[in-house]
Design a protein around this ligand. Structure first.
Ligand SMILES: *[C@@H]1O[C@H](CO)[C@@H](O)[C@H](O)[C@H]1NC(C)=O
Ligand SMILES: *[C@@H]1O[C@H](CO)[C@@H](O)[C@H](O)[C@H]1NC(C)=O
Ligand SMILES: *[C@@H]1O[C@H](CO)[C@@H](O)[C@H](O)[C@H]1NC(C)=O
Ligand SMILES: *[C@@H]1O[C@H](CO)[C@@H](O)[C@H](O)[C@H]1NC(C)=O
Ligand SMILES: *[C@@H]1O[C@H](CO)[C@@H](O)[C@H](O)[C@H]1NC(C)=O
Ligand SMILES: *[C@@H]1O[C@H](CO)[C@@H](O)[C@H](O)[C@H]1NC(C)=O
Ligand SMILES: *[C@@H]1O[C@H](CO)[C@@H](O)[C@H](O)[C@H]1NC(C)=O
Ligand SMILES: *[C@@H]1O[C@H](CO)[C@@H](O)[C@H](O)[C@H]1NC(C)=O
Ligand SMILES: *[C@@H]1O[C@H](CO)[C@@H](O)[C@H](O)[C@H]1NC(C)=O
Ligand SMILES: *[C@@H]1O[C@H](CO)[C@@H](O)[C@H](O)[C@H]1NC(C)=O
Ligand SMILES: *[C@@H]1O[C@H](CO)[C@@H](O)[C@H](O)[C@H]1NC(C)=O
Ligand SMILES: *[C@@H]1O[C@H](CO)[C@@H](O)[C@H](O)[C@H]1NC(C)=O
Length: 840
């Protein structure tokens, strides 16, 4: 006994400990998508774990000390598409290391101190599109054996030790190459011959990044006849002079986008001379971007005069006092000003400008004034601006506006309903403080508007006509506002094209029944973060096109309706984070949840909040059998109460029938025995015949009475008859006591049975029926009777329906008392009686 106990004592904690370990913790890798994506980052692995399935497509092995890659290191993962080997301390990649990875499209080798790269290191990578060899101690592009990777689109060799910009001959094989990142290398000089391979070759969509190279010379004409998609030269030059000569060296280049400037934390230029950009007059540029340059001097017109024909100008994080000097000849169509320290806004007058982006310029303190009649796109978001008037064409200086973004600003007072701005398709006010929005139909003239965002604009919607006029609207975002009485009323009228409606975080408790009646095309409805309690109070039934309904983060307990008729197109219903009550009241709903698993989002995350025993348990664990049980209990008890009461009623009614059935069957056999001998006065004979005989002999059970007028044997002395027929053959004696009986009959009776009185009084079988109320004095004359009546209870005849009923029941009961139910007993009793009779 003892050792077993000890064993158990040791085993139980051990097993408890083992069961605490989650199965994943045995594996070094995290399963992100089963059989597809595995993440083994930083697990101190020196080789690829065995339990990674061969069907894996994405494998992240970064930050593991793999050291070297031998031949066919990954041959067991033929489906691999993305392989991340960042910082794996790889120093050596042997021939055919990636052999067999014909599906691999992305290979990341960042941060490996590669010393030895075999010529066939990248063989077999017939689909490789992206090779990242950042920070790999690469000394030259020549050393990279990638000439056969003809599918390559993106090559990043940033942050290496490359000194020469000479693009090797194999680049002519890389016809699909679009991105070449050579930033943060050691390139100082660019020669004409370095770009030989790009000339006249089909590599005409290359984006080239040379940022953070300490370039001090570009041989003039190096970029002649070269077309690039994008050229980036940021933080390359340590003085304006170098910059100026290098930019001159770009002459003849044709580039879609040119990016110049510096990085926030890489400032080399102490000052900036406007003449630095002069060389750009001999470069063909479509889009120009300038970033992080502080100190302009001179006038802005001069600075940008070589850029007058670019279509898009982007100025990021610059210190520009004003742009007012810009000539009207500038052909700019797009102007972007992001995070610029513009203290005073300016009166812009660019006739070709169609798109203006002016964002995150925190120092601006007054509302910009525009005179740009062709402006179609205006983004003024994130400037902390306040607008005292909004919005009409006079405020914005254009009638062509299609896109207006005023989000993330200050107080905007809506005192005009977009007069002259009827072309608007897109309007964004989110996270502003909109005033006077719910006072009139602000959007009435915006019949073409497709997109409206008024999320978190502190509107309290009290006016049903707020959205009148928005008949083309497809997307309406109004999260984070509130409604009068927390009730969504019928504000969506004639919005037949609305497909997306975000009403989240609006403190909604109720939704009026017709609220969604006129939204036949609505596909996505977001009601999350509200206060809805019952799911079926949402009138989603008219939303025939609804696909996604998000009711997460509400207070939904369940739904009371018998059945939920969700729209037939619904494919996702999010009910997570609600206050589900897992009680029988909602059992139809809870069953519905089980039946609609595939419709419900994260159905396992739907947990019960009530009752307390179910708290925190998934809704799916609710068993409706408990309800059936209690239902059964209730119905069974109701039924049994009913049955019992029916039985009681029936028993009461058919008591004597039942008695007959149960035992009195045998009673009929003792034909010769009477149930009772009736003693009465002849004056009461009518009552005896009409009432007593009728009720007892013809009732149920039938009693047999011994009546002297009928049953006494003629010719025998009356006393003998009384004794023989009456007393001896009857179980009971019924004495019908009346006035007459006392006065007349009793004396005779007394006389005739005086001798048997002894016998009579000893038997408990006398039933007295008192027919009329008797005078006590009269009764007292009959001493013996008085004694008997006062000692025994007697039955009083009462001539009323209830009285009769009670009388007969009592009488029957009294007669049944002592009746021999057992047939044998009856026989015995008969025998005894017969013996007694014969012996007398
Ligand atoms: C993963 O692959 C194994 C073996 O091929 C298979 O049995 C299993 O069902 C797969 N699991 C999933 C989630 O596809
Ligand atoms: C990593 O694994 C090696 C042996 O494979 C071991 O010596 C080393 O301590 C481990 N490092 C950490 C941080 O666990
Ligand atoms: C170019 O690709 C062809 C075929 O893919 C290959 O034979 C040739 O060696 C490659 N050229 C260079 C320079 O790698
Ligand atoms: C050129 O490449 C850029 C991405 O770098 C891409 O957006 C553009 O569509 C490409 N143009 C052509 C003509 O392939
Ligand atoms: C700029 O760089 C060159 C060489 O890279 C160096 O000789 C020169 O002193 C630098 N000038 C400044 C102002 O830092
Ligand atoms: C650049 O401008 C800033 C702010 O105007 C000023 O503090 C700084 O001294 C200027 N630097 C040079 C080199 O002029
Ligand atoms: C801009 O274009 C106009 C005419 O199209 C031309 O006269 C002018 O020289 C161009 N400016 C520059 C800087 O290329
Ligand atoms: C609703 O959309 C349809 C198709 O996108 C379009 O034909 C119709 O004109 C739109 N209705 C309104 C009122 O904009
Ligand atoms: C809805 O549009 C119809 C015509 O398209 C118009 O008669 C009706 O007044 C509009 N209803 C509302 C509430 O705007
Ligand atoms: C609904 O809005 C909440 C935030 O209020 C957001 O988290 C959720 O993703 C949205 N749901 C849908 C279906 O867009
Ligand atoms: C609810 O589920 C939908 C559909 O999966 C999802 O887009 C949405 O983000 C979820 N809502 C929240 C608040 O997470
Ligand atoms: C109770 O559950 C059973 C099986 O899960 C189901 O068939 C039955 O319809 C449910 N009853 C109710 C009333 O939901």
């Amino acid at each position: 006994m003892m050792p077993r106990f000890c064993l158990a004592g040791a085993l139980i904690p051990a097993m408890a400990f083992l069961s605490c370990l989650r199965p994943e913790s045995w594996e070094p890798c995290m399963e992100v998508v089963p059989n597809i994506t595995y993440q083994c980052m930083g697990q101190n692995l020196s080789k690829i774990p065995d339990n990674i399935p061969s069907s894996t497509k994405n494998l992240d092995l970064s930050f593991n000390p793999l050291n070297g890659l031998g031949s066919q290191s990954f041959s067991s993962f033929p489906d691999l598409q993305v392989l991340d080997l960042s910082r794996c301390e790889i120093q050596m990649i042997e021939d055919g290391a990636y052999q067999g990875l014909s599906q691999l499209s992305t290979l990341i080798l960042t941060g490996n101190p590669i010393r030895s790269l075999a010529l066939g290191a990248f063989s077999g990578l017939s689909s490789l599109k992206k090779l990242v060899a950042v920070e790999t101690n690469l000394l030259s592009l020549e050393n990279l054996p990638i000439g056969h990777l003809i599918t390559l689109k993106e090559l990043s060799v940033a942050h290496n030790l490359i000194h020469s910009f000479k693009l090797p001959e194999y680049f002519s094989n890389l016809t699909k190459l679009e991105h070449l990142d050579l930033s943060n290398n050691k390139i100082q000089v660019i020669h004409h011959k370095d770009l030989h391979v790009l000339r006249g070759k089909p590599l005409h969509n290359l984006s080239l990044d040379l940022s953070l190279n300490p370039i001090d010379f570009i041989q003039p004409g190096s970029f002649k006849e070269i077309r690039l998609h994008k050229l980036t030269l940021r933080s390359n030059f340590n003085s304006t002079n170098v910059m100026k000569t290098c930019i001159q060296g770009l002459a003849g280049l044709e580039v879609h986008q040119l990016v110049l400037g510096e990085f926030k934390n890489e400032r080399n230029l102490a000052s900036f001379d406007n003449s630095a950009l002069e060389g750009l007059c001999s470069v063909t540029i479509e889009e120009f971007r300038l970033a992080y340059l502080d100190n302009f001097s001179g006038d802005i017109d001069n600075l940008f005069h070589c850029l007058e024909n670019v279509s898009a100008m982007s100025l990021v994080s610059l210190y520009i006092e004003n742009l007012e000097g810009l000539s009207k000849d500038f052909k700019w169509q797009t102007l972007e000003l992001v995070r610029c320290k513009c203290q005073h806004f300016f009166h812009l007058a660019l006739p070709f400008l169609k798109k203006m982006i002016f964002t995150d310029n925190r120092d601006v303190n007054n509302m910009p004034k525009f005179r740009v009649p062709s402006l179609e796109f205006l983004d003024l978001s994130g400037n902390g601006l306040s607008f005292k008037h909004c919005c009409s064409h006079t405020d914005l200086g254009t009638t062509r506006l299609k896109h207006l973004d005023l989000s993330f600003n200050g107080v905007i007072t809506m005192n005009s309903n977009f007069l002259g701005l009827e072309e608007l398709l897109y309007l964004d006010f989110q996270h502003c403080n909109l005033k006077q929005t719910s006072e009139f139909s602000v959007f009435l003239s915006l019949n073409k508007l497709v997109y409206l965002d008024i999320s978190y604009t502190q509107i309290r919607i009290a006016f049903d006509g707020i959205f009148d006029g928005l008949i083309s609207l497809k997307t309406l975002k109004m999260a984070g506002n509130s409604f009068k009485g927390n009730m969504l009323s019928n504000i969506f009228k004639n919005m037949t094209n609305l497909t997306f409606l975000d009403l989240s975080d609006c403190q909604l408790e109720y939704v009026s029944q017709g609220a969604f009646d006129q939204l036949p095309r609505l596909q996505i409805l977001n009601m999350s973060h509200n206060q809805i309690v019952l799911l079926d109070t949402l009138p989603y039934e008219p939303l025939h096109a609804l696909q996604v309904l998000d009711c997460s983060f509400n207070r939904i307990e369940g739904s009371i309706g018998q059945e939920l008729h969700v729209p037939s197109n619904l494919s996702a219903l999010n009910l997570t984070k609600n206050d589900f009550a897992c009680i029988c009241k909602y059992q139809n709903f809870l069953q519905w949840v089980k039946d609609q698993r595939q419709l419900l989002v994260e159905v396992e995350q739907m947990v019960c909040v009530a009752p307390s025993v179910m708290q925190g348990m998934p809704v799916l664990t609710f068993r409706n059998s408990t309800c059936q049980l209690s239902k059964t209990i209730i119905s069974v008890s109701v039924l049994s109460v009913l049955v019992v009461s029916i039985i009681v009623v029936l028993v009461y009614k058919f008591y004597f029938h039942l008695m007959l059935l149960a035992g009195c069957k045998t009673y009929g056999r003792g034909e010769s025995t009477y149930d009772a001998f009736v003693i009465y006065s002849s004056h009461d004979e009518d009552w005896v015949r009409n009432e007593l005989v009728k009720n007892l002999e013809e009732g149920v059970p039938p009693f047999k009475l011994c009546l002297h007028y009928r049953d006494f044997i003629p010719g025998v002395a009356i006393a003998a008859n009384i004794i023989q027929e009456g007393f001896h053959k009857s179980r009971k004696v019924i004495v019908v006591v009346s006035q007459h009986f006392i006065q007349s009959r009793w004396c005779i009776f007394e006389y005739e049975i005086a001798q048997t009185w002894q016998f009579l009084s000893s038997r408990a079988g006398i039933i007295f029926i008192v027919l009329q109320k008797l005078e006590k004095s009269l009764l007292r004359q009959q001493v013996e009777l008085y004694r008997l009546l006062s000692r025994n209870t007697y039955l009083e005849w009462e001539d009323s329906v209830l009285g009769r009923h009670i009388f007969w029941r009592r009488l029957r009961k009294a007669l049944l008392d002592g009746k021999p139910w057992n047939p044998e007993e009856t026989v015995d009793a008969e025998n005894n009686q017969q013996e007694a009779t014969t012996s007398t």
